[in-house]
Ligand binder design. Structure first.
Ligand code: HGY
Ligand code: MN
Ligand code: MN
Length: 434
């Protein structure tokens, strides 16, 4: 077994064409025809995608472990196997009508990074691990980052078991049917399990492309919150009930949706964003006044105080709808998470790795959330971004060029290598409250 690399070794080289082909192969595993990609938690497409990635990891000579919720760990052994690993990873589940690169670049790019080190005969000072997290997207059970929340102890296993999908099937029932058994209590990581965690991801925004910079060193991840609203008015005949007597639940929902947009625009912070991506109207007949509506709100900001100010505005608008329209509105918080701050040492390691590959880099905040948001509760973290064409994501026309993806994987490999030899202290970037 060769000794760890000296500081003067050549930069790590990634086979860009091979990584591109592997991403294309994964993109073909989808519930929708190309170019759209859909892989929803615990569906046959999700399971086929997991098997595809596992095969690539095994072919790369990585050791594989899968935990009871389906988080998969692909490990390159280090010179001292007893030391806490440096982790990386992301997700392969994809929302309906998504693109090819959200999450998958971080999983397959991570496998490519460890494979490149192994094929170059380089043994890191400590183990390196790629994690393919379960359920980063909220699509099936309404909550994102279920796998990393459980790993970080950010959600109780009972709360996960009780989640239900739109067909009324419980998380536990679906998980077991997908072949993931064992107790969810075993998913939680021991304190200090990872010495550091760095995720590679497409930016899902326009800044790197606009700046002509190939690498982003992420300094923080915005604070996401989501809410489920049940509105109950009065149904009736669309022709027979005169307007003064109506309690139209959909019109009430529209007022709330516009209040979400207004609160985000007028919050005083350019980083406040809000939308209502889910709206179900009952009974859903053209000539029947909507009696009930299920509405879901997604609200975020990089600053918690700004997000909370915006939500206070939305709550005031909801109260006005109750009062003026006589429509009942029940609000359930799905999640309201704090932001995550990257460990300064990891931000610097990403910038140094980019420089070692003669790549420009710039610091930026992640407006999307990622599993790193929760890994930041149990380890020093950072993220590496690569550009998104036109800033597009969560759409079939999402695109990042092959050489940009390979550059991200090379910077990831270089960063993990450096952190393996000289990890940050455990408290750096600790975002837990208090
Ligand atoms: O919604 C998000 O920010 C992530 O893509 N799940
Ligand atoms: Mn996503
Ligand atoms: Mn993602």
């Amino acid at each position: 077994m060769s000794a760890p690399r000296s500081a003067t070794a050549d930069p790590i080289a990634i086979d860009a064409a091979r990584l591109w082909d592997e991403l294309e192969g994964l993109a073909r595993i989808s519930a929708l025809p190309a170019p759209a990609v859909t892989r929803v938690l615990y569906t046959e497409e999700d399971l086929a995608g997991r098997a595809y990635v596992r095969r690539l990891a095994e072919e790369a000579g990585l050791a594989v472990r899968v935990d009871p919720v389906g988080n998969a760990f692909y490990r390159l052994e280090g010179a001292d196997p007893s030391l806490p690993p440096i982790g990386t990873g992301s997700h392969i589940d994809a929302i309906p009508n998504a693109g090819k690169y959200d999450g998958t670049v971080g999983v397959l790019g991570g496998v490519a990074a460890l494979r490149a080190l192994k094929e170059a005969g380089r043994v890191p000072a400590r183990p390196l691990e790629v994690v393919a997290f379960t359920s980063e997207e909220p699509t099936r059970f309404g909550l994102g980052c279920v796998g990393s929340r459980l790993m970080a102890g950010a959600i109780a296993p009972d709360a996960v078991r009780a989640l239900e999908d739109d067909a009324g099937r419980s998380f536990e029932e679906v998980r077991q049917a997908a072949g993931f058994t064992g107790a969810l209590e075993e998913v939680r990581l021991a304190p200090g399990h990872y010495a550091a965690f760095v995720e590679l991801h497409v930016e899902q925004g326009p800044r790197l492309e606009a700046a002509g910079v190939p690498i982003g060193a992420v300094t923080a991840i915005a604070a996401p919150a989501s809410y489920a609203l049940e509105l109950e008015g009065e149904g009736g005949h669309a022709g027979a009930v005169l307007m003064p007597r109506r309690k139209d639940a959909f019109a009430a929902a529209c007022e709330i949706a516009l209040a979400v947009e207004r609160a985000a625009k007028q919050s005083g912070s350019p980083d406040t964003v809000g939308t209502c991506g889910v709206c179900r109207v009952h009974p859903g007949a053209i000539n029947s006044i909507p009696s009930c509506v299920h509405l879901e709100i997604d609200l975020r900001d990089t600053e918690l105080a700004s997000r909370e100010r915006a939500f206070a505005e939305i709550e005031a608008a909801i109260e006005a709808v109750r009062r003026e329209r006589g429509v009942r509105v029940d609000v359930r918080t799905i999640n309201a998470d704090p932001p995550a701050v990257s460990a300064p040492r990891i931000v610097e390691a990403v910038e140094a790795a980019a420089a070692a590959h003669e790549l420009a880099s710039q610091r930026l905040v992640s407006r999307a959330y990622h599993d790193t948001l929760f890994m930041a509760r149990v380890a020093p973290t950072g993220m590496i971004f690569v550009p998104s064409k036109d800033g597009v994501s969560h759409r079939p026309d999402e695109y990042t060029a092959p050489e940009e993806i390979a550059q991200g994987a090379a910077v990831l490999a270089e960063t993990m290598w450096a952190l393996a030899e000289n990890p940050p202290s455990a408290r750096e970037g600790d975002t837990r409250d208090g």
